[in-house]
Design a protein around this ligand. Structure first.
Ligand code: FES
Ligand code: FES
Length: 177
């Protein structure tokens, strides 16, 4: 049995430890946002994050990720990475859409490591394949997302004292020390 923590939920998986993570996500957990493309770690359609590291799920045996934190496309809309998805919408990146879950997860991996990447760094880092040729729009969306994420971090710092004061006021009113 393997223990996988997927998008914050813990799952006990009864399966051969050699089973690729992609099949567990799709067939056992019903998380079909992660796609199968080549099956040989070449195209990136199956990209997820394992403990924050960009990983191709089609060739990753579940035995090797036992106990790891796995993040899939399904969690993005409710996470701090929502601006990435929003940038994809604003830049109208998607064409057929098949590769885009993997593109977004690879981009999040990049933005985690490099919050303000240059176009060159994006090209070096994102080697996912897109048969529809959306590469230019993917780059534009990553740059927009990076800008928005930096702005929202700055705003969080500005707002922190206000939030702390209102928490303090609320605790005082509630009689909590
Ligand atoms: S399906 Fe995994 S890299 Fe292509
Ligand atoms: S949008 Fe069609 S394969 Fe990338």
């Amino acid at each position: 049995m393997s223990i996988l923590i997927v998008n914050g939920a813990t799952h006990e998986i009864e399966a051969d430890p050699q089973m690729p993570l992609l099949w567990v996500l799709r067939d056992k957990l019903g998380l079909t946002g992660t796609k199968f493309g080549c099956g040989i770690a070449a195209c990136g359609a199956c990209t997820v994050l394992v403990d924050g590291v960009v990983t191709r799920a089609c060739t990753m045996p579940i035995g090797a990720v036992d106990g790891s934190q796995i993040t899939t496309i399904e969690s993005v809309a409710e996470s701090k990475w929502e601006p990435v998805q929003q940038a994809w919408v604003e830049k109208q990146v998607v064409q057929c859409g098949y590769c885009q879950s993997g593109m977004i997860m690879a981009s999040i991996g990049l933005l985690e490591r490099t919050p303000t990447p240059s176009r060159e760094q994006i090209r070096e880092s994102i080697d996912n394949l897109c048969r529809c040729g959306t590469y230019q729009r993917v780059e534009d969306a990553i740059l927009l997302a990076a800008e928005r994420l930096v702005e929202s971090r700055k705003q969080a710092v500005v707002d922190a004292p206000k939030r702390a004061a209102s928490r303090k006021k609320w605790r005082r009113k509630a009689g909590i020390r």
